[in-house]
Design a protein around this ligand. Sequence first.
Ligand code: NI
Length: 173
Amino acid sequence: MALKTILIHPDPRLKATADPVSDFDKELAKLADDMLETMYAAPGIGLAAPQVGVGKRLLVMDCVKEENASPEPMVLINPEVTWSSEELNTYEEGCLSIPDQYADVERPAEVEVSWTDLTGTLQKERFDGLWATCVQHEIDHLNGKLFIDYLKPLKRQMITRKMVKLKREKARA
Ligand code: NI
């Protein structure tokens, strides 16, 4: 396994629509493994392939919060939201591509998602709580959408300016 570099906003690769996965090969399994390792190391609860510069519809997540609970790594390929609840839920979201910035985002409280797993088998599950927010946030990444796109323009611009500054500092370091 190998750690991947996580792209920081703003980056055109984070704004692009990712392509569907058609080859369920060893390379894809390796990418999923590397992404899980990168996510846990960050640490984070979700990571989408575009965030590591790969324009494929693949995401990994693990929203287990309890410290002593066993991890529940999930790999979702070509995920689609097939149903959303009318009830909404607000979570303070963050993103590994927008470090140290958090804001409330309102999304459907429950969603049903279908996807293909690494063996090429179709899966379907209903998510609620943090898992529902996380899977929607990660699917957004596959469509070139970031959580700050839900915020008012002024707040979004403020965060983007901070990220530009952060990237400039990192480049200099
Ligand atoms: Ni994110």
